[in-house]
Design a protein around this ligand. Structure first.
Ligand code: ATR
Length: 277
């Protein structure tokens, strides 16, 4: 039986096992996908288990997306995104040399989540809140889609400034100030708890905006509830999560006879699976 893992700390909340196990079954693959809470010191050993065949593939979540990088043979990520969420063995059947490869599927996951609802970023004014682990992937993804401006605001100014060094086009905004935007994205962890509130005066924002929250549990954070009340379009992070997992599954299932890997289904049943928690 092939074994896959998602590692992080904490990891209890992860819905990746549900999704991947469903897809393995659907594709008649004899594999099991588990979650494992790990400490930083265990990472090297776990990645080595890919080389010695004990583990086939790994997804990585907070806070290890950066710290796994030194243990990989190759990374297939843009230079400025020091973030890997999918690790697998890249087999070379000609030379026979196998490499432990790392990839970032959050970038594609975010893009597909917008394509799924036909939201076009081109020419739009984007306002990002937060400068955490997932934020660079979102900025990178957005930049490829041609917005007119990306503004960013973070409570800790230094973290916003670090991002501006990587993405010089960013326009930094003081935490608590809200500029005119078409789309606002919450990438902070504010909203995970019921009483979490972002410093936004919702009544001062015009109409017809798009509010996107990377959080998907709870389904509607206060940020999304306040926006919905005022008739704005809203979207949570669920589809981004599902699409990043779909791309990870594809990478996991690349084989000599399946060169592009398998693209598992995203349908009502799959989405329902994630509702039952
Ligand atoms: P990550 O591991 O992804 O970096 P994190 O450090 O928990 O996650 O924080 C993610 C984001 O949520 C950061 O932008 C963080 O702001 P700071 O850089 O100022 O820490 C933001 N965040 C978390 N709690 C917050 C709070 N109470 N008020 C404002 N921002 C908060």
């Amino acid at each position: 039986m092939k074994k896959y893992l998602v590692i992080g700390n904490p990891i209890d909340h992860s819905l990746s096992p549900k999704l991947h196990n469903y897809w393995f079954k659907e594709n008649n693959i004899k594999a099991i996908y588990e979650k494992k809470q790990v400490e930083e010191t265990e990472i090297e050993g776990i990645i080595a288990d890919i080389r010695n065949g004990k583990i086939e593939g790994i997804n990585v979540t907070v806070p290890f997306k950066k710290s796994v990088i030194p243990f990989l043979d190759k990374v297939d990520i843009p230079d400025k995104i020091q973030s890997v969420n999918t690790i697998y063995l890249e087999k070379n059947n000609i030379t026979g040399s196998n490499k432990i490869a790392g990839c970032n599927t959050d970038i594609l996951g975010f893009k597909y989540s917008l394509e799924n609802i036909k939201y076009n970023i081109k020419g739009k004014k984007i306002f990002i809140l937060g400068a955490g682990g997932v934020t660079p992937s979102i900025i990178y993804s957005l930049e490829e889609m041609g917005p007119s401006i990306i503004m960013l605001s973070n409570r800790t100014k230094e973290k916003a400034e670090n991002l501006k060094r990587l993405f010089p086009q960013l326009e930094l905004v003081k935490w608590g100030d809200i500029k005119n935007f078409d789309m606002i994205i919450n990438t902070t962890s504010l909203g995970l708890k019921e009483n979490d509130n972002l410093p936004i005066n919702y009544d001062q924002i015009g109409s017809g905006k798009f509010f996107y929250d990377v959080i998907y549990n709870p389904k509607k954070t206060n940020f999304l509830l306040e926006a919905e009340k005022r008739g704005h379009q809203i979207e949570n992070g669920k589809m981004m999560f599902v699409y990043q997992a779909q791309e990870a599954f594809r990478l996991f299932t690349i084989a000599p006879n399946v060169r592009m890997g398998l693209i598992p289904s995203i349908n009502k049943k799959v989405l329902q699976l994630l509702e039952n928690d």
